[in-house]
Design a binder for this molecule. Structure first.
Ligand code: ADP
Ligand code: MG
Length: 397
């Protein structure tokens, strides 16, 4: 049963009526461009075919009542009485998005509905951004404002930063808001300009979840950020985005050894990410795969954010005959890798890499072949009862 059907059926059971809307927003995987976002650089994610869904209908009393299928919980709150929680729970994602939208002047109406998703939680595919964008889309459906993907992404990022206390960049929300089917999205994290490129014909993207979860990631992340800022300060630049690899090569000796390695990763990774865009536009899966392999080596050796599990799964993937390239994806220290594979061989790839990784580490991985999907959208929009033209009523949404 599709997730849209599942949330819809639960809605019917709960409210004895069809939902007025069903919305979805996807998780994401980053193909290349890692630890570049906070250096004002480039990232190149795609929206995956795992998503958060909400079936809902408007309420006129300024309240939001939501049932979470995945948490087995039901909660409600009033739009004029939003309170931060001492400990973040799923409902706080709804409250946080409502808070920031209202702060930014969006006139929100209440709603009631059923929330369900299949983005694995906490494995680095950004189930949180998927939920946030689905919530933003739910408010859009019942309220009177225009949908602008970038504004919604920024609002949801602010909710995550300031309401939920998670220090994330703009990538997750931007790709969940603005993803495109069969395409990856190059995001300039400074200007927030985006440019899409098609996945190479005949190639598929596989997500390789090592089954390990990151520990100590916050302190390591903050340390990497500080090291990048120190390098930019040394060159008297706003960010490492502003130096190219040729200039860097001439001046790298000025930096101490550790900062030099960190900067080298970021500067080359930005250039690799732009080259990846060119490879995609040329339909060149081999070139794209090579860039992914270089990215992993740089993350492992220079930025030092890989882990034995990530290295093992990337090695298994790279050695496979169907694989163009593979790398860790996300902040690192655990979580997922991403591989570019021949679409025809993807099923066998999954079997062989699962076996190889299990033998190498004793861990059971989860592998999925994913499709680049559309960003946040309304999948069902039912016209209110009453005399309407025969059209489906999906004009506005
Ligand atoms: P991720 O790396 O998957 O984004 P986070 O820790 O940032 O992990 O966010 C996960 C949190 O987001 C969950 O603990 C939960 O509160 C919320 N969440 C994500 N998906 C769902 C869902 N389908 N239903 C309810 N809550 C969800
Ligand atoms: Mg998250």
């Amino acid at each position: 049963m599709s997730l849209a059907t599942k949330v819809s059926e639960h809605f019917v059971t709960e409210f004895a009526a069809d939902p007025a809307f069903i919305v979805r927003a996807p998780g994401r995987v980053n193909l290349i461009g890692e630890h570049t976002d906070y250096n004002d650089g480039f990232v190149f994610p795609l929206a995956i075919d795992h998503a958060a869904f909400i079936a809902l209908r408007p309420r006129d009393d300024g309240r939001v009542r939501a049932i979470s299928l995945d948490m087995g919980d039901r909660r409600e709150f009033a739009l004029d009485d939003l309170r931060p929680a001492a400990e973040v729970e799923w409902i706080d994602y709804l409250i946080g998005v409502a808070w920031v939208l209202q702060e930014r002047g969006y006139p929100l109406r209440g709603w009631e509905g059923v929330v369900g998703g299949d983005v694995p939680i906490g494995s680095g595919l950004s189930s949180s951004a998927a939920l946030e964008l689905a919530v933003a889309r739910a408010f859009y459906c019942v309220s009177d404002f225009d949908w602008e993907a970038k504004a919604m992404a920024l609002a949801c990022q602010k909710a995550e930063n300031d309401w939920l206390g998670v220090n994330c960049g703009i990538m997750d929300q931007m790709i969940s808001a603005a993803g495109l089917q069969d395409r990856a999205l190059l995001i300039d994290c400074r200007s927030l300009e985006t440019e899409s490129a098609p996945l190479p014909p005949g190639a598929a993207v596989a997500i390789l979840d090592t089954g390990t979860r990151r520990g100590l990631v916050d302190s390591a992340y903050n340390e990497r950020r500080e090291q990048c800022e120190a390098a930019a300060r040394h060159f008297v630049l706003p960010a490492l985005r502003d130096i190219d690899s040729a200039t860097y090569a001439k001046r790298a000796h000025e930096l101490d050894a550790l900062i030099r390695k960190r900067a080298r990763h970021v500067i080359h990774e930005n250039e690799r990410t732009l080259r990846a865009r060119d490879a995609m536009n040329a339909g060149d899966a081999v070139a794209l795969g090579k860039l992914m392999i270089e990215s992993h080596i740089s993350l492992r050796d220079d930025f030092e954010v890989s882990s034995p599990a990530l290295d093992a799964i990337v090695d298994c993937a790279k050695a496979d005959e169907s694989c163009y390239g593979a790398r860790m994806t996300g902040a690192g220290f655990g979580g997922c890798a991403v591989a570019l594979v021949e679409a025809d061989g993807a099923k066998d790839f999954v079997e062989r890499v699962s076996k190889c990784y299990l033998e190498a580490t004793g861990n059971q991985p989860s592998l999925y072949v994913t499709r680049a999907s559309a960003g946040a959208e309304t999948v069902v929009s039912t016209p209110p009862p009453g005399p309407l033209p025969e059209a489906s009523g999906s004009r506005r949404h």
